[in-house]
Design a protein around this ligand. Structure first.
Ligand code: AP5
Ligand code: MG
Length: 216
C-alpha cells in the first residue's frame, strides 16, 4: 500500500511514519529529511534550501518534485510509499497524481493528524533527534534514556528550524499553503482523521487498525 501521513508541523507525522514503516515494512519518504540530507552535502542547492527552511516557508515545488519523481519511479519502492510532509501545496498534489498514474501506483489511504497550534509549539520546542540513528525524542514528552536509545548522548541535537519564531511561521505557512491539500483529500473515501494530541502509542493503535483493513 501507499499512504500519506498528513498534518501541521509537529503533528507527529515523522514519529508515526517510522512506526508504520517498521510494522508494515514500508518506506518512509519524508521530504523534510530529504531536504536536510541535501543541506548536509553543503551543495549550492543545499545552502539555498537551508535558508528557506530556517525562514519557515516552503521550498520550491520544482525542487520537491524532482526529488519525488526519482523515489516514486523506483521499483524498489513500488507500493511501499509512506509520504511524510508531502504533498504540501495543491500544485504538489497535482504532480503526485500525475506521478502515481505514470508509474502505475495507487494511493491507498490518507491519514491526517489533527493538532492545535499550542500543542505543536511545545512539541517542536522540545524536539530532539539523534544524528546517528535519526530517532526523534522530546525533552518534555519522550526524552532519550538508556532504555530507549543506545547512541552517544553527544549526538542528540535540535533542528535549526525548531525555534519559536520559525515554528510560528511554519504553522502560518501550513494554514496558508497546506490546508487546501487537507480539504482536497477530505472529500476522498480513503481519508481518515485522527486526534494527533493523543498519546503516541494510542495514535499508532488507531493507525494500525486502519491499515490492517487495507488490502493493498
Ligand atoms: P518537515 O521536516 O517535514 O517539518 P514539518 O512539516 O514542519 O513537520 P515536523 O517534522 O516538524 O513535525 P512532524 O509532524 O514530523 O512531528 P514529529 O513526529 O517530529 O519540513 C521542514 C521544512 O522543510 C518545511 O518547513 C519546509 O521548509 C521544507 N519542506 C518539507 N517538505 C516540503 C514540501 N513537501 N514542500 C515544500 N517544502 C517542504 O514530532 C514532533 C515532536 O513531538 C517530537 O519531539 C516527537 O517526539 C513529539 N511527539 C510526536 N507525537 C507526539 C504525541 N502524540 N504526543 C507527545 N509528543 C509527540
Ligand atoms: Mg517530521
Amino acid at each position: 500500500m501507499n499512504l500519506i501521513i498528513f498534518g501541521p508541523p509537529g503533528a507527529g507525522k515523522g514519529t508515526q511514519a517510522s512506526f508504520i514503516c517498521k510494522e508494515f515494512k514500508l518506506v518512509q519518504i519524508s521530504t523534510g529529511d530529504l531536504l536536510r540530507k541535501e543541506i548536509k552535502k553543503n551543495t549550492n542547492l543545499g545552502k539555498k534550501i537551508e535558508q528557506i527552511i530556517n525562514k519557515g516557508i516552503l521550498v520550491s515545488d520544482d525542487t520537491i518534485n524532482n526529488l519525488l519523481e526519482k523515489i516514486i519511479s523506483s521499483t524498489n519502492n513500488f507500493n511501499k510509499l509512506v509520504f511524510d510532509g508531502y504533498p504540501r501545496s495543491m500544485s504538489q498534489v497535482e504532480k503526485l497524481n500525475y506521478y502515481m498514474e505514470k508509474y502505475k501506483q495507487k494511493l491507498s489511504v490518507v491519514i491526517s493528524l489533527n493538532v492545535e497550534k499550542d500543542v505543536v509549539k511545545k512539541r517542536i520546542e522540545g524536539r530532539l533527534f539523534c544524528t546517528t540513528c535519526q530517532k526523534t525524542f522530546n525533552e518534555y514528552f519522550n526524552p532519550p534514556t538508556p532504555e530507549n536509545h543506545d547512541c552517544e548522548k553527544a549526538n542528540i541535537k535540535k533542528r535549526t528550524d525548531d525555534n519559536i519564531k520559525t515554528i510560528i511561521k511554519r504553522f502560518d505557512t501550513y494554514l496558508e499553503k497546506t490546508r487546501p491539500v487537507l480539504h482536497y483529500y477530505q472529500k476522498n473515501s480513503n481519508f481518515y482523521e485522527i486526534d494527533g494530541s493523543d498519546d503516541i502509542k494510542e495514535i499508532f493503535n488507531k493507525i494500525r487498525t486502519i491499515l490492517s483493513n487495507i488490502s493493498n
